[in-house]
Design a protein around this ligand. Structure first.
Ligand code: SF4
Length: 345
């Protein structure tokens, strides 16, 4: 047991990010092996095979990960990159899905393991897309890590931001506020390295005040307009672990989860096809395909977008944006979308 290793946090508890990265890696990495608790497929992203890893370097009070996040010593077994690859692939074939990820903790811990695992999927014929969900800390601290990731063509990174200012970042994650900029640095490095990615953020209005949400979007807009417009906004759900963590943090889960969250839905109507693209994708998370969202919105998908139709919406938008034929139009639509959003929020 590591003395002082943070478990779930109480309001005001703060730790140094690098201490927790090192402490967690001591527990969950061994050579090129990493601890996992299970391998399965699930319905998110319209079906994805998942290796559930142990350990994270943040302590978000609303986190829904299993207790292995807080007590990594007690959970999981070590798997080599090859063993983990085989188990994830087995789940993918059993459930007939072509996407894969590792989830449940921070996948960028145990770098040697991750790089070797991605190498296996890169050569694999079954898996078409590997979604790397990260809090961005280790990418923001080490641009060379991002360069290594850029070599894998099947990888799409999803960076999840926790706050729009240093005080809120420290409060929600327990990580010292001096690291607030680090995930934004990760976004800059991903852009520069031409990695396929999008940004998500816990903008649930019960957690993030609307002024802070505006700060966060503005901050992203300064980095890249399309990245800001393509933001995936997260909502907090009452998982068992979330409820306990919230209570320990000092928030009454009952009062929290009985507050209603507004839900704007797409209204059929104006805007050119690229503006419409942002509005339609804004309705849902990543569990429907872009084509499904056009169906839900009762809009005809333009034929030139159909090749992106089976992808989760934000991955689709990023790919459309990276196509030189559409880049400028997507950027202009992103600007209009953000302007409209600022007026109504
Ligand atoms: S970064 Fe993700 S896994 Fe880690 S504590 Fe926060 S919500 Fe949980």
């Amino acid at each position: 047991m590591i003395a002082g290793y943070p478990r779930f946090i109480r309001k005001g508890q703060v730790f140094d990010l690098l201490d927790v990265v090192r402490g967690t890696e001591t527990i969950v990495c061994k050579g090129d092996m990493r601890k996992y608790t299970s391998f399965y497929a699930t319905g998110v992203y319209r079906g994805i095979a998942t290796g559930y890893v142990v350990g994270c370097c943040f302590r978000c009070f609303y986190c829904w990960s299993e207790w292995s996040r807080d007590f990594p010593e007690f959970f999981g077994d070590f798997y080599s990159p090859n063993e983990a690859y085989k188990r994830i692939l087995e789940a993918a074939k059993k459930w007939n899905v072509r996407k894969a990820r590792i989830s449940g903790g921070e996948p960028t811990l145990c770098k040697e393991h991750l790089i070797k695992l991605l190498g296996k999927f890169e050569k694999d014929n079954w898996i078409e897309l590997f979604i790397l969900e990260t809090n961005g800390a280790l990418f923001g601290l080490d641009p060379s890590y991002v360069s290594e990731i850029s070599k894998f063509g099947k990888v799409h990174v999803r960076v999840s931001l926790k706050a729009g200012n240093p005080e809120a970042f420290e409060l929600r994650t327990g990580v010292d506020r001096s690291y607030f900029e680090v995930p934004f640095k990760a976004i800059e490095y991903l852009l520069k390295s031409n990695v396929s990615f999008h940004v998500a953020a816990m903008t649930d209005p019960r957690i993030m005040p609307k002024e802070e949400r505006a700060e966060l979007i503005e901050r992203l807009r300064k980095i890249d307009t399309v990245i800001a417009a393509n933001l995936e906004e997260e909502i907090c759900d009452p998982y068992e672990t979330t409820i306990v963590r919230m209570q320990a943090f000092g928030i009454d889960p009952y009062r929290f989860f009985t507050k209603k969250v507004g839900n704007d839905s797409y209204k059929k109507g104006d805007g050119d096809c690229f503006l419409k693209l942002f509005k339609i994708a804004d309705v849902e998370g990543e569990d429907a395909s872009l084509r499904d969202l056009y169906d839900i919105a009762m809009e005809e998908m333009p034929s030139f977008l159909k090749i992106y139709g089976d992808l989760p919406p934000r991955i689709a938008i990023y790919r459309i944006y990276r196509n030189p034929r559409y880049q400028e139009k997507v950027r202009r639509a992103a600007e209009r979308f953000l302007d409209e959003r600022c007026k109504c929020s």
